[in-house]
Design a binder for this molecule. Structure first.
Ligand SMILES: [Zn+2]
Length: 490
């Protein structure tokens, strides 16, 4: 038995100005063949689980590619063609296909990255069973459901069940191959754009939907997946959906999907994030900090690089300075040009630089100017650290050349590369102890929480105008099928 196993992950923010070339798909770009196998064997990805299951079944493995990029703008046409063609070329002659996909990929040459890939695979290898593991934030499409036999999504956000999900999807596909079951798949998509800050699996309506899915899995279904979708995508349906795999009948699969979808629709308001004005958030943080012995977190989720943000907007810092906050640790802020100037000035020098707001946000009709700031270059470093936090523990990270720039009220970690503040190391490697600041301004929405919440007095979500803003009125949606909630009152 020959099994094709591949990994291709990208969550596309179609409004993001951050490009997605082939090189973005891995620390050193994507890996192919034997190296794609080695990169996943023994890890905790869905592809790792596929490998383990296929080896247990004594199968011959074909691993054309492993490619995973951080969220950013649409995938370059050439990169999409390269990454998908090698999977399609490997399909003929295989007995089964197992794919570790995200489900919200848009390329310059494909509005439905995963759906188009599955369509081509079906044509290249007709009748060969296809099993797919997807991220909880997948924008599921008819082409995806119509060209796969089994789809299973993550049930956790923050995502900690990639391997378990791969195991689940893989097991169902091997059962199908062995004739132990005959799965049928049905789905229900809602005209509902959920917000990622309302898709955490441990609370609220999302938790209740996932509980209903688990309940159905214990009583009747082979797999039930709740997809929050990824709404920062101008496609036909960046929407929530339920996908059910059932061993018995189409009717029962559909009934389960419809029932859970109705529960979600009834709770639709709970999937919407209504942001308060930025000035109010900052004022609230200022009030909380009175008498607090630990820093207050200012979470700038309008510019989060793990959702496609440029990591260089200045709105929250400007508002904080305007309201007289001080003792603000900021970072990482990506501005390679300013890093060059500050390094040229040298440690200890006092200089005035134009900082941030340099990546064009014209795509969403925003134009910002860099902010002139005068301060002292405290440290210059290589921006390297090892993650000690719970997400990506042990992984070596590099922010490129990094400068700690002290403007008095704030100390700003300025970097050459964008970086999610998923570890204390982003500050410590620049010589700043975040525990000693009164405020920490982090361009993050979820990943910073397990690390920074324990050392903080409180967390204040700040919605700034940027490509990952929570204010959907900023985004020129033109392809989304209307009406859709909450853009329209459905
Ligand atoms: Zn996700």
């Amino acid at each position: 038995m020959k099994v094709l196993i591949a990994r291709l992950n990208h969550e596309t923010n179609t409004f993001s100005p951050v490009p997605t070339p082939l090189a973005a798909f891995g620390p050193d770009g994507p890996t192919f063949g034997e190296q794609a196998y080695k990169d996943n064997k023994g890890m905790r990805t869905a592809m790792s689980a596929f490998i383990d299951l296929a080896e247990q079944a004594g199968a011959t493995l074909v691993t054309p590619v492993s490619a995973s990029a951080n969220p950013s703008g649409p995938v370059d046409a050439e990169a999409y063609a390269t990454l998908t063609q090698c999977i399609v070329d490997a399909a003929p002659g295989c007995d089964a296909i197992l794919l570790d996909l995200h489900g919200a990929m848009v390329a310059q040459n494909s509005a439905d990255g995963e759906g188009d890939l599955l369509l081509r695979l079906r044509a290249a290898a007709p009748g060969v069973p296809i099993g797919v593991a997807l991220d909880l934030h997948a924008n599921v499409t008819p082409a995806m459901v119509g060209n796969a036999d089994v789809i299973v999504g993550f049930k956790t956000y923050p995502h900690i069940d990639m391997y378990v999900t791969g195991e689940h999807a893989g097991r169902l596909l091997f059962d199908l191959l062995a004739g132990r079951s005959k799965p049928t798949m049905r789905w229900h998509q809602l005209p509902l754009m959920a917000h990622t800050l309302r898709s955490a699996s441990f609370t609220g309506a999302m938790q209740r939907a996932i509980e209903a899915a688990r309940e159905a899995e214990t009583s009747e279904s082979l797999a039930v997946s709740i997809f929050a979708g990824f709404s920062l995508s101008d496609i036909e349906a960046p929407c929530m959906s339920v996908v059910v795999v059932d061993a018995k009948s189409h009717e029962r699969a559909q009934a389960t999907a419809d029932r859970i979808a109705k529960q979600m629709w009834d709770e639709r308001e709970a999937f919407v994030y209504r942001s308060e004005p930025l000035a109010e958030s900052v004022a609230r943080a200022k009030a909380i900090a009175q008498g607090a012995t630990r820093p207050v977190l200012l979470l700038d989720h309008g510019d989060n690089c793990m959702s496609g943000g440029s990591c260089d907007t200045m709105d929250v810092l400007q508002e904080a300075l305007a309201q007289g906050l001080d003792g603000i640790g900021v970072g990482p802020l990506c501005d390679p040009g300013a890093v060059g100037e500050l390094i040229a000035a040298g440690e200890g020098a006092t200089v005035t630089v134009a900082l941030g707001n340099k990546v064009s946000l014209e795509g969403i009709g925003l134009s910002k100017k860099p902010v002139m700031l005068t301060g002292t270059v405290r440290t210059v470093g290589n921006g390297e650290y090892v993650i000690t936090g719970p997400t990506y523990t042990g992984q070596r990270s590099s922010m490129g050349r990094t400068v700690l720039f002290d403007i008095g009220a704030a100390r700003i970690v300025v970097t050459e590369r964008t970086q999610e503040p998923w570890d204390i190391g982003v500050f410590e490697c620049a010589g700043l102890d975040p525990r000693k600041e009164r405020f920490l301004l982090l361009k993050s929405r979820m990943y910073c929480r397990p690390v920074f919440e324990p050392i903080s007095a409180a967390l204040v979500e700040c919605d700034s105008p940027g490509v990952t803003s929570s204010d959907y009125s900023l985004f020129p949606f033109s392809k989304v099928r209307r009406p859709v909630f909450p853009l329209d009152t459905v």
